[in-house]
Design a protein around this ligand. Structure first.
Ligand SMILES: Nc1ncnc2c1ncn2[C@@H]1O[C@H](COP(=O)(O)OP(=O)(O)OP(=O)(O)O)[C@@H](O)[C@H]1O
Ligand SMILES: [Mg+2]
Length: 252
């Protein structure tokens, strides 16, 4: 288990007044929230509410029209500051390379950057796969894995940089309910073991209420409420309640 020296290095994330428009259509309408060091924070909201656009700003793929993003109080708009912190994104699709084994995928970053000897890389990869319960899949090809295993391999790959902040994009999309719970537990265990600050973007209500220390609900580019799962569940707002209780209607 790689439960080494993370405790002291958890980072806090602050987003203030973030705005973004595409072709005159405002998608982020002034987003404010704070993720405390070591917590699991879930940004939950319906399709099209701006979750992925927000995530793109956090990893530097989009530039905001206004507002700021701070890690440990430092604005990450300059590459020098952004490079100071170890941030990992677990992609929605897993994004594994099909021509490499699972182990090679997990170790790819270290291999490409020649950061360690092959023996050390082998050891780190085994450790990270062990952390997500995939040790036996090291020599398999991605095509031989189930959807849930692919997501776990993607988490293992994110772990090789020993992240201080881990971002998950829809970690349970395309998974059955049981596999979703397995991934949720993985997110939870990883956070409790390493105290990595965890930011999850999802429209999965069960996941949000199952793993979050705090939840923000985003609707149409605005955060409607932020609180503990209990506070959000009881928040008396039609937009929030509509999202939380959306259900099928059967005509009789
Ligand atoms: N590059 C872009 N150019 C123009 N519009 C965009 C761009 N990226 C996103 N949008 C628009 O921004 C809005 C929010 O999109 P976003 O992908 O953030 O939604 P989401 O909350 O992630 O939804 P989902 O839950 O379906 O993933 C949508 O109306 C989308 O069409
Ligand atoms: Mg999205």
């Amino acid at each position: 288990m790689s439960n080494s020296n993370h405790q002291s290095s958890s980072v806090g994330l602050v987003v203030r007044g973030l705005r973004k428009s595409f072709d005159g259509q405002e998608v982020l309408k002034g987003i404010d929230f704070e993720v405390r060091p070591g917590e699991i924070f879930v940004m939950m909201g319906p399709s099209g509410s701006g979750k992925s656009v927000l995530l793109k700003h956090l990893i530097g793929l989009e530039e905001a029209d206004a507002g700021e993003i701070l890690i440990n109080g430092e604005s990450i708009t300059t590459p020098e500051i952004a490079a100071k912190y170890r941030m990992a994104l677990v992609f929605q699709s897993g994004a594994l390379l099909n021509s490499l084994t699972v182990g090679e995928n997990v170790g790819l970053y270290l291999t490409e950057h020649r950061l360690k000897s092959p023996g050390e890389i082998q050891q780190i990869v085994a450790e990270k796969l062990e952390d997500v319960g995939l040790r036996e899949a090291m020599n398999k090809m991605p095509g031989e894995l189930s959807g849930g295993m692919k997501k776990r391999a993607a988490i293992a790959r994110a772990l090789v940089i020993e992240p201080q902040l881990i971002l998950y994009d829809e970690p349970t999309s395309e998974l059955d309910p049981l596999s979703s719970v397995v991934i949720g537990n993985e997110i939870l265990n990883l956070n409790r073991r390493t105290h990595v600050t965890s930011f999850v973007v999802s429209h999965d209500r069960d996941l949000a209420f199952g793993v979050a220390d705090r939840i923000a609900v985003i609707v149409d580019g605005r955060i409607v409420t932020i609180g503990t799962p209990d506070e959000v569940k009881n928040f008396n707002d039609p937009l929030v309640q509509k999202f939380l209780h959306a259900d099928f209607k059967r005509e009789t």
